[in-house]
Design a protein around this ligand. Structure first.
Ligand SMILES: Cc1cc2nc3c(=O)[nH]c(=O)nc-3n(C[C@H](O)[C@H](O)[C@H](O)COP(=O)(O)OP(=O)(O)OC[C@H]3O[C@@H](n4cnc5c(N)ncnc54)[C@H](O)[C@@H]3O)c2cc1C
Length: 457
């Protein structure tokens, strides 16, 4: 292979690896350099797109030998800056790893290349009468490899758990080019360390995931969605607890506030959902083999917190109700480049958090707006700060310290990335961080994998 001399020694060497496409053209490279939020951007040295596991192994082994830092990139929809270069790294895109096996109906499993998008996976398994347990609004671009690397959550965690719970096997390339493969699909396999669990949520700092063996869930054709208005956010917490007890078919519980609703309406032209304004809104979805509308309607009738409600069974009507929640991210982005914080607090602390958070933001960044929505079922909220300007860090610190004081997590489902690396110590003890750094040093001794992500550079 080409030695590291000459102006283009890296590109020339990577092109010698079979099945690897190298991108040097600055226009094409720019598509790899900025993330979905537009908040995170950097210059890539070049990008490469291997089309199979052997190609990924060739690239990583060469980069480890020559100390070239690598940023793995899937759909680039991650919201914490982990998928784009910070300055001169090689972007390793998984866009070429798109093989998808036939559905194994007896095992209720499928094997997907890391670059397969969630939407393509959903179409593939639904055609075979199955469904996938994780769903999120970035489904058109987010890849299963990126979802595994961030342990993505989404709107169905309440019922099926996060990405980690959907994975029965994986294949990954370590920085030395070694391939670890456990794709046999064994739901039970207690032979030593669970490397898959370790790689899940490692945000490209340990290995490049190339294939996943995924657990499938039954396709539940009958669905009912309710949009409910309550007087104050604390009522939504009580209502959520009641619905969890009363509705065995409950799949999603999402919260949003009047300021978020106003933004969504301004950007989408949607009509107000109800004649009167409410203090908070909850979207609840039930799914079953037979129509769950009555189950949901009966449960809501017994909840005194409900002041307004709309119920939908048909797909277009359900989607119309979901739009008020799902269009939050794009509407906020249309307003400006937000600081996106993704936090969780224990259920007992949710009401206190929602009462206190806007005050904390206001004190740290006068004039900033905090648009808050999220997955109420897990106490997981997306706090989007608009207009914080030069006070962005102060406002971020204020929110994350509040979360830590309530025993919560500073990153519930998006990962740490570069955005939260400086705050890791708020919820991870020195012993905890030392253990994580020791794992990183053992697997990636030359430190080429996504430097600056999770641990400050
Ligand atoms: C509109 C919108 C809605 C969203 N909703 C949710 C939500 O509800 N729940 C949620 O959890 N997230 C959500 N996200 C965030 C995002 O979609 C997830 O984090 C998703 O898992 C990222 O997948 P990706 O393929 O885009 O990964 P990328 O953004 O490309 O990468 C994310 C991280 O994973 C690493 N990585 C990517 N692929 C690999 C690989 N094959 N091997 C090793 N490392 C890899 C990258 O280096 C980076 O650190 C949302 C994003 C948007 C834009």
């Amino acid at each position: 292979m080409t030695a590291n001399t000459g102006p283009d020694w890296l590109g020339a060497a990577l092109e010698e690896i079979p099945g690897v496409r190298v991108v040097r053209d600055r226009d094409e490279l720019s598509t790899f350099e900025t993330d979905w939020t537009r908040r995170f951007t950097g210059v890539a040295r070049m990008a490469c797109l291997p089309r199979d596991t052997a190609g990924v192994a060739g690239v990583l082994a060469f980069c480890a030998r020559t100390s070239v830092p690598v940023v793995p990139q899937g759909g680039n929809t991650g919201l914490v800056g982990g998928s784009v270069p910070r300055g001169g790294e090689l972007v390793l895109s998984t866009r070429g790893l798109v093989a998808l096996s036939p559905v194994d109906a007896n095992a209720a499993q499928v094997t997907a290349g890391a670059g397969v998008t969630l939407e393509r996976l959903q179409q593939h398994v639904r055609a075979a009468g199955f469904d996938f347990g994780v769903d999120l609004a970035a489904r058109g671009s987010a890849t299963v490899g990126g979802m595994f690397a961030t342990n993505a959550g989404g709107t169905r965690v309440l019922r099926y758990g996060s990405m980690r719970e959907q994975v029965v096997g994986f294949e990954a390339v370590l920085p030395n080019g070694g391939v670890v493969s456990r794709l046999g699909g064994l739901p039970k396999d207690n032979t030593g360390y669970d490397l898959g669990s370790l790689l899940c949520g490692s945000e490209g700092t340990l290995a490049v995931v190339t294939r996943l063996r995924l657990r499938l869930v039954p396709l539940l054709p009958a669905r009912a969605v309710a949009l409910v208005g309550v007087v104050v956010p604390a009522d939504a917490v009580t209502l959520a607890a009641r619905l969890r007890r009363a509705c065995p078919s409950l799949e999603s519980l999402e919260l949003f506030h009047p300021d978020g609703l106003a933004l969504v309406r301004a950007h989408s032209g949607l009509r107000p959902p109800f004649a009167r304004d409410c203090g908070a809104y909850l979207v609840a979805e039930c799914a079953a083999r037979t129509d769950p509308t009555e189950e949901l309607a009966t449960a809501l009738l017994e909840c005194p917190e409900v002041v307004e409600s709309a119920l939908a069974t048909g797909r277009p009507e359900r989607e119309a109700l979901w739009a008020y929640r799902e269009r939050h991210t794009e509407s906020i982005n249309a307003e400006g480049v937000p600081v996106k914080l993704d936090v969780a607090v224990p259920v007992a602390g949710v009401a206190s958090f929602l009462r206190a958070v806007r005050g904390e933001v206001g004190q740290a960044a006068a004039g900033a707006r905090a648009i808050i929505f999220g997955h109420l079922g897990e106490g997981n909220f997306h706090v989007n700060l608009l207009g914080a300007n030069e006070h962005e860090e102060a406002a971020t610190a204020a929110v994350l310290k509040l979360v830590a004081s309530l025993g919560g997590s500073i990153s519930s489902e998006h990962g740490v990335g570069v955005a939260k690396a400086a705050y890791l110590g708020l919820t991870r003890s020195p012993a905890d961080q030392a253990a994580m750094r020791a794992i990183k040093a053992a697997i990636d001794p030359s430190g080429i994998m996504n430097p600056g992500v999770i641990f400050p550079a």
